[in-house]
Design a protein around this ligand. Structure first.
Ligand SMILES: Cc1cc2nc3c(=O)[nH]c(=O)nc-3n(C[C@H](O)[C@H](O)[C@H](O)COP(=O)(O)OP(=O)(O)OC[C@H]3O[C@@H](n4cnc5c(N)ncnc54)[C@H](O)[C@@H]3O)c2cc1C
Length: 496
């Protein structure tokens, strides 16, 4: 094996994974004066953020939108020089394809949960609307330490709200199942409202009043000209410009806490991290794991089997995105940014984004094309993903025609598969994450971050990366502190 670096004792940090979380961690670490090496298994940086093209038009083939109501993603884009490329969606209207028609997405709800029954008129049946009214009379529904979003909302407002709104909205984020997803982790404002109020609609009205009082202005979401997929490329460039090293095609296979390579150095640390990536062996004072849960589990199995066991239990949903480009002259679409499809309506696609209508830059760059994308696959729904690319294009065209009347032949299509793309947050997820963090914190100089922990959205992943950096910052502040820290486990010396 080749010892590429043995700079432990100098504030060397290895970041494993160059998705947005790993890159954000590397960026922040360099700001704090650490030396950073990022190791990425695949041949590119970005993970679930992937810029691409269809029929010559630049598009996102992975994540495409960043929540702007929390600061992390937009601030990172600005910090790496993309301020002038930030662009809000060109339209804020969307639809829901339910009960046989495209219906305007209601406004005034929190993840599909309304403050009043009237807010959902047009989407729900009359019986569904009447059932919402009963919320005011029902006795309190206890939520305990956590509860499934679907179970709680159905108990308060009836299943129709869950099936026609909450499910497709949550599904758009988690590709999950509303009757399994944790309310505490996925929609914490609703969880708090459920604790504070007997009536859920009253709780939602309070959330809305607070938001109005806070006068949150500006777009809720932001994109980037060229695609959100360009964000990790810019962060990677900034990391390299600050002296960080990023090695792609370098899967990490082993992580151990060992005696330092130079034990004779009295001022050096008493224990370091030994990171094995193929033929490379690196020694570092600290390691940030920014990889999916199964990979983190594998890498932590020796040092903290308890954390590994918890990580093994994190489940994932797979999905595929079908991107289709049409000649503009042959294409007429309804207004808006696209539509969501409740599973209860029995269609194959679960959503469609009218990318050219949603993002002005796509139309500016490719005025003769209309670009759309559909998504297929949800948690536990794997059969559809066994179909080949041509079939996924076919089912997408079939559903698009039924929803919008679009019957033209696309000039180009692309299928992007995201196997195990989204971690699931079932009831009790927050407690599992707390246990993982507790086990990890027992090992000085180790931190975890990314989608499996505090939220799957881009800003949440970046926030978890910054929290990971804060966690190991104490260890790095003076490597002497690390030196003085009792070593918990040593597995032989360097070069073993
Ligand atoms: C199809 C899709 C659409 C989405 N759309 C949106 C959206 O519009 N807006 C939004 O906010 N969020 C969206 N999300 C969620 C969001 O994109 C992800 O949760 C987030 O990008 C995850 O970032 P991450 O860095 O935690 O993980 P990842 O992006 O998964 O990065 C982890 C990295 O670790 C690498 N790796 C794995 N094993 C190893 C190893 N052994 N050694 C070294 N490296 C390794 C991987 O190759 C990968 O590059 C979407 C997700 C998907 C799948």
């Amino acid at each position: 094996m080749r010892e590429v670096q043995a700079r432990a004792g100098t504030g060397q940090v290895v970041v494993v994974g160059a998705g947005i979380a790993g890159l954000a961690a590397a960026h922040r670490l360099l700001e704090r004066g650490a030396r950073v090496t990022v190791l990425e298994a695949s041949g590119r940086v970005g993970g679930k953020l992937l810029p691409g093209e269809v029929a010559g038009a630049r598009v996102d083939l992975g994540a495409e939108s960043m929540l702007a109501r929390r600061p992390e993603a937009v601030a990172l884009a600005r910090a790496v020089g993309l301020a002038d490329r930030l662009q809000p969606p060109a339209t804020a209207t969307a639809s829901i394809w339910t009960r046989g028609a495209l219906r305007p997405m209601p406004k005034g709800h929190v993840m599909g949960v309304p403050g009043t029954a009237a807010a959902l008129s047009g989407v729900l049946s009359d019986e569904g609307l009447a059932r919402i009214e009963r919320d005011a009379e029902l006795p309190r529904t206890e939520v305990g330490d956590d509860v499934a979003v679907g179970e709680y909302v159905a108990a308060r407002l009836g299943r129709e709200v869950v099936d026609r709104l909450v499910e497709p909205l949550l599904g758009g984020v988690y590709a999950g199942d509303a009757y399994r997803i944790s309310m505490r982790s996925a929609v914490p404002q609703l969880f708090q409202a459920a604790r504070d109020h007997a009536s859920l609609t009253e709780g939602v009205r309070e959330i809305q009043a607070k938001a109005a009082a806070a006068q949150q202005t500006g777009p809720v979401f932001m994109g980037l000209r060229g695609g959100v997929g360009t964000l990790p490329l810019a962060v990677a460039e900034s990391v390299r410009a600050r002296g960080g090293e990023i090695l792609t095609g370098t899967p990490v296979t082993e992580l151990r806490r060992v005696a330092p390579p130079d034990p004779a150095n009295a001022t050096g640390p008493r224990a370091v991290w030994r990171v094995v990536a193929g033929e490379r062996v690196l020694h570092a004072d600290a390691v940030v794991l920014a990889v999916p849960a199964p990979v983190a589990a594998r890498l932590l199995r020796t040092e903290t089997p308890e954390a590994a066991a918890e990580l093994d239990a994190v489940e994932y949903a797979s999905m595929a995105l079908v991107t289709l480009a049409y000649r503009r002259a042959e294409t007429a679409l309804p207004d808006g940014s696209g539509f969501l499809v409740p599973p209860v309506d029995g269609r194959t696609i679960k959503a469609s984004t009218f990318a050219s209508q949603k993002w002005g830059w796509i139309t500016e760059e490719s005025p003769d094309l209309v670009v759309l994308r559909t998504s297929v696959g949800r948690y536990g729904e794997t059969e559809i993903l066994r179909r080949d690319d041509a079939e996924l294009v076919e089912v997408s065209r079939h559903d698009l025609k039924a929803a919008t009347g679009l019957d033209a032949a696309p000039v180009a299509t692309r299928v992007t598969r995201w196997d195990d793309g989204l971690p699931q947050y079932p009831v009790g997820h927050h407690a599992r994450v707390a246990r993982i963090r507790e086990h990890v914190a027992r090992l000085p100089g180790l931190a975890v971050c990314g989608a499996p922990y505090d939220g799957v959205g881009i800003p949440a992943c970046i926030a978890s990366a910054y929290a990971a950096v804060d966690q190991i910052h104490g260890d790095l502040r003076g490597v002497e502190e690390l030196t003085a820290h009792p070593v918990q486990s040593l597995h032989g010396g360097a070069g073993e």
